[in-house]
Design a protein around this ligand. Sequence first.
Ligand SMILES: Nc1ncnc2c1ncn2[C@@H]1O[C@H](COP(=O)(O)OP(=O)(O)OP(=O)(O)O)[C@@H](O)[C@H]1O
Ligand SMILES: [Zn+2]
Ligand SMILES: [Zn+2]
Length: 741
Amino acid sequence: MGTLYADIIINISHEALDRVFQYRVPFSLCDQIRVGQSVRVPFGAGNREQRGYVVRLSDRADYDPKKIKEILSIEEDSVDAESRMIQLAYWIRENYGSTMIQALKTVLPVQDKMKQKEKKTVKLLLSMEHAPAQLDEYFGKHYVAKARLLAALMDHQELTWESVIKNLKIPRTTVEGMEKDGIIRVQREQFYRNPNPKGLQIEEPLPLNEDQERLIREFKEDYALGERKTYLLHGVTGSGKTEVYLAAIEEAVRMGKQAIVLIPEIALTYQTVCRFTKRFGERVSILNSRLSKGEKYDQWLRAKNGEIDIIIGPRSALFVPFPNLGLIIIDEEHEGSYKSEQTPKYHAREVALQKAEMEDAAVILGSATPSLESYQKALDGEYRLWTLKQRAKEAVLPDVYIEDLREELKQGNRSMFSRRLYGLIEDRLQKKEQIMLFLNRRGYAGFVSCRSCGTVMQCPHCDVSLTYHRDGKLRCHYCGYEEIMPEACPECKSPFIGTFGLGTQKVEAAIKREFPEARVLRMDMDTTKRKHSHEKILKSFSDGEADILVGTQMIVKGHDFADVTLVGILAADLSLHANDFRAAERTFQLLTQAAGRAGRGEKAGEVVIQTYSPEHYCIVTAAGQDYEEFYQQEIAYRTMLCYPPVWQMLTVLLAGPDEEVCRQTAQRLGRVIKNSGIRVIGPGEASLSKVNDIYRQVLYVKEKDYQQLVRVKERLELWIDRQELPKDLHITFDFNPMSSY
Ligand SMILES: Nc1ncnc2c1ncn2[C@@H]1O[C@H](COP(=O)(O)OP(=O)(O)OP(=O)(O)O)[C@@H](O)[C@H]1O
Ligand SMILES: [Zn+2]
Ligand SMILES: [Zn+2]
């Protein structure tokens, strides 16, 4: 064995993170040294002895070997929280592709936050009613940057300062100008919200029902035997999964361990947090994106110092450093938001499993609609499958009807409500029961399409759909390109071309027209702009201050309204048309979750699914609340087309301003993969092939074995390292992507 070198970071707080120092490993330590260990090294001009962490081992010196100093010793008790974090970061780096620094910043998110001096957010002040006119004015005057910012804010309501300046490339002065004009506001103050709800009484747990009890008994037995398994809890909506989590946590805590509970940010509602606080009081804490960096840091320290036993939060809560972690729970484990969109593009579920293995913790994954990935593993026996088939309180699952919108049109019904839904709304209003109307508009905004041939109008520069504006023009929100709205379809000449966008505002207006006596609440990006408005709307609805709640996918998650007996899904198949292999799975999940909001109290519920594709298996199985059938159909489709989870997929994305460089590098990467005997698809243009004149090329590698893909990635990393590629060409890896490129 040759000489071994170790990359070492001296201090994992603040700026030092960006520098690693190479040291030689003395022969006597070669057998013991591992990534993550803390070591003593001579540092600086005076060779003062310092503590450092090993982040990489290699047999190659990056500098003149004569100038490389030697490690002094390995610290005995070096398996502390930091070293475990570094080991995890190393695993993330290896498995998802990133630099070690990027991986470290992922697992030490707080440290990174402490670097930011001030958190600034840019918010839209203008109402959505007035924004389109303002946008048109900007375009009229060719204020491209202003228009770009306004358009982005119309989509997102608020943006971080960094994304406005760096991603949207809006000049500072433009932002200031728009703030002066009262169009936007730059919010600078810190949010010093106390994360825990105050003044809640500790409540005794509900007695578990037989099914819940059976699962918890098994958990306790496994736990007592020292077996740390992964359980997949597949429970229909309202089956009492949360009660099972609470009982499992109680057991882990009783054994002197701590628990991490991951919940998608969107479902991290006041209601959910209260349930945990009522059970565990001061020993539980919350992390969410609304906390200030100081508050986040506090929760991190409290966990490290053993002041809390349970942390609840989104993805990043996984990296809270508990001294003796015993359990990780991932609620709504199928949620796409568990996958990071930034490099390293890790999946929190996979990282959780790795972390659990490293720290000897159990894992419970829970969902009414498990991801295909998890369900397949459960069927294979890799996870223990737990099922809850019945709702916890006497409540039964709702009756579901599918209504064919094409048929409605044929029968002369041009309204957005099918005859059945109309009748049921009337009925509920009369009985004074509550209604939820759900608009599935994931990924859609005012695009223009032909109803005869399906052509969608697109920007010639950016390859995204154009948006219709009231002045009769179609515009691209990425680059500002515009054209006149055509009178006939450019492809088939049909006159039936127009916007398909069905907004929540339109739904609200239609209700007011057709049921003038109904009290309506609307929940969407527009009405939840203000702090706490989200919670206010839900509270008001739950207090019975409205008959109908209209909303986007925001309203489907984790709410428990006892008086809702009717759920209407207005356009079930919009999300089915995204060109993405997970589209059917996502649609099935949304429909099942939405349907699950009905009839959670004593009164039975009904659900109406309105659709243009009533025969599609994902609509049929969602209506039947038949997850197994959906799984069988979907897995057959994935098997046939070699998609995850049956096959493993690596996406390599190249993005750069020079089309030729981008294309050529993609081709060379393709050859590197082929030369190692592995089949590659592409390179080809990404489906979003150009954004703001940045060209995007994509390569796909599909393999049965994940480790094979990891090796491909490593080979590519090595190759990329050795080339002199232009700095503005970005190459990123995405394993088993959540959406198409
Ligand atoms: N053992 C029990 N006895 C009585 N009520 C229960 C029991 N377990 C759960 N419940 C109640 O049933 C309702 C649904 O439970 P819970 O929210 O835990 O279900 P869930 O499976 O997490 O639901 P979803 O997936 O739809 O969010 C809640 O009101 C809860 O208080
Ligand atoms: Zn057409
Ligand atoms: Zn464009």
